[in-house]
Design a protein around this ligand. Structure first.
Ligand code: ADP
Ligand code: MG
Ligand code: MG
Length: 504
């Protein structure tokens, strides 16, 4: 990491102060579930699976412009509405899917599942979104403002850990920071509350309640569909426990076991999704809500039967979070079509003039890489060794580690046929003002310049065939921080860490 850019933040610590702070964070984190399962190198010595380690976290909350924070929170309901409306517009999504499917089998397969279910008819019109809109602070002639990195419509993670990271920093501000020898940079911090855990759980509960009683006569439940060997399990557990406290039974089911542990009675035209508990096969629940924390990338579909499992889910009566259409609304291609300079596509989905202009204000330039005139111009930028330095190129993927930055863009393009370039988008890099902090990761400290990415959660429940919303809330935030030498920032992918905002 680069040396800290100077200034009084974060406060300089002597060895004893540092040791003390680290010890307090280690203990608080385990005591409060700001934790992950260990990486394979450590887990290899843990055959019984009993170990948990601290989630990577900053020692201090990072300074974040107050107006930018308010701006991001203030437009979340409009963003929820935008993406719900996109999900309702099958024709719009169909056209974009056709543009990328030729170069992207994963998107093509998702679309096929949707078409199969559409043919026999959907039996559930309600759709639940647990969204997260991600931003970085951008500095230009208008001053500081947020620019959107991406909008997530599936498996938006870290809500469970993020409220804990906020609580950790509040705890340190109340106990440890005032004891430092140079406390001025971390005194009187403005640390906003963060309801990400309860907010996301409330979204799931709204869908659970809206499902109503079970026509099959079984008790209803929520199922979390998860990946095998998930390390970020406590993030999910926090949501599960909050939801259980609010009165909804929750089960975790590996995505790979959907077909063996759930069924849809062939004789029942309502197609309830029945979940059979493994420890007591005679005990059956009806799945009111299926919350996907898996299924967002090709790795979860190693065989035809995994695609059959997704089809099974989509055709059932369960409220899917998300449906295929909502998942596809999160394609980077959709974001590009909304944000392409001069485009008026946004007006198709939002009508309120204030919402329209506030949402549009968060867009940065994003270009297609197809053979339209705009795409051909962008291809020149992407293949030029100098111009490409200002861009990131993204395929239609989620979960981190899939993008190509700067000089890697032309190199990557040379490895794929030109007819497939259109499955990617080209986005201007956002360069936030420098911030310094100290990251505690796997017991080691990393000090220096950092880049912060703010995510705002949104929960939304709607009827695909109606207008309006049954539930539309802004649901807390995530601050993810990475070393300024790292291009990707995923906490799960190992580059980023948990943080919280100190408003300035
Ligand atoms: P994913 O869906 O895989 O999370 P993202 O679009 O969020 O993909 O990109 C991953 C990471 O790459 C982001 O968290 C951010 O750190 C970085 N990144 C993406 N787009 C930009 C951008 N326009 N400017 C700067 N960094 C970006
Ligand atoms: Mg992202
Ligand atoms: Mg994403």
């Amino acid at each position: 990491m680069a040396p800290p850019p100077g200034g009084s933040f974060p406060p300089a610590l002597d060895a004893l102060e540092q040791e003390n702070l680290v010890q307090v964070i280690k203990d608080w984190s385990i005591a409060n579930g700001l934790a992950v399962r260990p990486p394979p190198a450590i887990a290899g010595n843990d055959p019984d699976g009993i170990l948990a380690i601290n989630a990577p976290v900053t020692l201090f909350p990072s300074p974040f412009p107050k107006a930018c924070f308010a701006q991001a929170k203030g437009i979340q309901q409009a963003y929820n509405e935008l993406y719900a409306n996109i999900s309702r517009d099958e024709g719009f999504l169909s056209a974009l899917v056709q543009e990328v499917a030729g170069g992207d089998d994963f998107i093509a397969n998702l679309w096929d599942v949707h078409l199969r279910v559409k043919k026999e008819g959907y039996v559930q019109n309600l759709s639940l979104g647990l969204f997260r809109s991600d931003y970085m602070v951008h500095h230009d002639s208008e001053g500081l403002q947020i620019k959107q990195v991406e909008f997530n419509t599936i498996a938006s993670s870290f809500g469970g850990l993020s409220s804990q990271a906020s609580l950790l920093h509040k705890h340190l501000a109340a106990t440890e920071f005032p004891l430092l020898q140079k406390p001025s940079a971390v005194s009187n911090l403005d640390l906003p509350d963060n309801n990400s855990t309860t907010g996301l759980a409330a979204g799931l509960k709204a869908a659970y309640d809206a499902y109503g009683s079970s026509p099959s006569g079984h008790p209803t439940c929520v199922v979390f569909l998860v990946q095998d060997g998930e390390r970020n399990i406590f993030d999910q557990r926090h949501l599960e426990y909050a939801l259980t406290r609010s009165g909804a039974p929750v089960f975790r089911l590996p995505f790979s076991q959907i077909l063996s542990r759930t069924s849809i009675p062939t004789s029942d035209p309502l197609r309830p999704l029945l979940y059979h508990t493994p420890h007591n096969p005679s005990l059956t629940f009806e799945v009111a809500v299926a919350y996907l924390r898996a299924g967002y990338g090709p790795g979860d579909y190693p065989s035809r039967s995994a695609w059959e499992a997704r089809y099974h889910l989509e055709r059932s009566r369960t409220i899917a979070c998300p449906t295929i259409l909502t998942q596809l609304a999160g394609m980077k291609k959709v974001q590009q079509v909304l944000a392409t300079p001069g485009s008026s596509t946004l007006e198709r989905f939002l009508t309120d003039p204030d919402s329209l202009s506030a949402v549009r204000h968060t867009f940065t330039n994003i270009f297609p890489l197809d053979n339209t005139p705009a795409g051909l111009e962008a291809r020149k930028l992407a293949t030029d060794p100098e111009a490409c330095q200002r861009y990131v190129m993204k395929p239609q993927r989620e979960g981190g580690g899939n993008n190509f930055y700067r000089g890697a863009i032309p190199k990557r393009l040379r490895t794929i046929p030109e007819s497939h370039w259109g499955a990617h988008i080209l986005m201007e890099l956002i360069t936030p003002p420098p911030v310094a902090n100290v990251i505690l990761r796997n017991g080691k400290l990393e000090q220096g310049g950092v880049i912060c990415e703010l995510g705002v959660y949104g929960t939304c429940l709607w009827d695909q065939n109606a207008t309006g919303f049954l539930h539309n809330e802004e649901s807390g935030y995530l601050l993810r921080t990475k070393g300024d030498q790292s291009e990707e920032g995923g906490v799960a992918a190992g580059y980023g860490c948990m943080d919280s905002v100190a408003l300035v």
